[in-house]
Design a protein around this ligand. Sequence first.
Ligand SMILES: NC(=O)c1ccc[n+]([C@@H]2O[C@H](COP(=O)([O-])OP(=O)(O)OC[C@H]3O[C@@H](n4cnc5c(N)ncnc54)[C@H](OP(=O)(O)O)[C@@H]3O)[C@@H](O)[C@H]2O)c1
Length: 201
Amino acid sequence: MRFGVMGTGQVGSTIAGKLAALGHDVMLGSREPGGENAKKLGLKVGTHAEAAKHGEWIVDAMPGEHAIDSLRGCDIDGKILIDIGNYESAVDQPIVTPLGEAIQAAFPKVRLVKTLNSISAHLMVDPASLGAAHTVFIASNDARAKAEVTDLLRAFGWKDILDLGDLTACRAMEQLVPMWIQLEKFYGGPDFNLAVARQPA
Ligand SMILES: NC(=O)c1ccc[n+]([C@@H]2O[C@H](COP(=O)([O-])OP(=O)(O)OC[C@H]3O[C@@H](n4cnc5c(N)ncnc54)[C@H](OP(=O)(O)O)[C@@H]3O)[C@@H](O)[C@H]2O)c1
């Protein structure tokens, strides 16, 4: 599968590296395709438009405030877009329109799947390294896209994938940012996640 991963930061490089390790053909999308982050990974890097054209699936790993502008004009219609982003402002301000819903509204033909946005980057692609059972949330308006991304999460090693329904779940998912920040302070690092205890289905 060909992936276009937008953003060469911690999340973009972690996801791109894992996808490549799984045998996928990845191009990172960057404002600075010749930049250091991208070079270090040894993967293909292009502009956002080039990475979008390359990808059959797209991953959004950019600061939420800049995602829509960066995706504008890119070849993403009809493609699965995995949105991992959060608004930076969600740390200490209420969310007006959740990012996942805003991107879906801006690009109605995209098959947006929201997931992984409350997970520390290293655990996104290696959940077992925490050494305890923990939960990743997923939501989409497109049931087939959600099922396909669920399969990808399983390939990343996820066992507890909690389907929260359609994209109205984005508000709750993105409002976990202040909790993540608080837990990071408490534990002095990113080695934690939430687990939802519940009766077996
Ligand atoms: N870090 C985590 O553990 C974590 C966990 C869950 C969710 N998230 C979310 O995932 C997203 C990425 O997080 P991150 O930690 O990877 O952030 P980051 O290290 O700050 O990287 C984000 C990348 O986005 C690109 N970018 C930055 N400013 C931009 C702008 N104005 N316009 C377009 N692109 C821009 C940059 O890539 P280029 O310089 O190559 O353009 C940058 O490296 C955020 O929305 C964050 O909330 C992060």
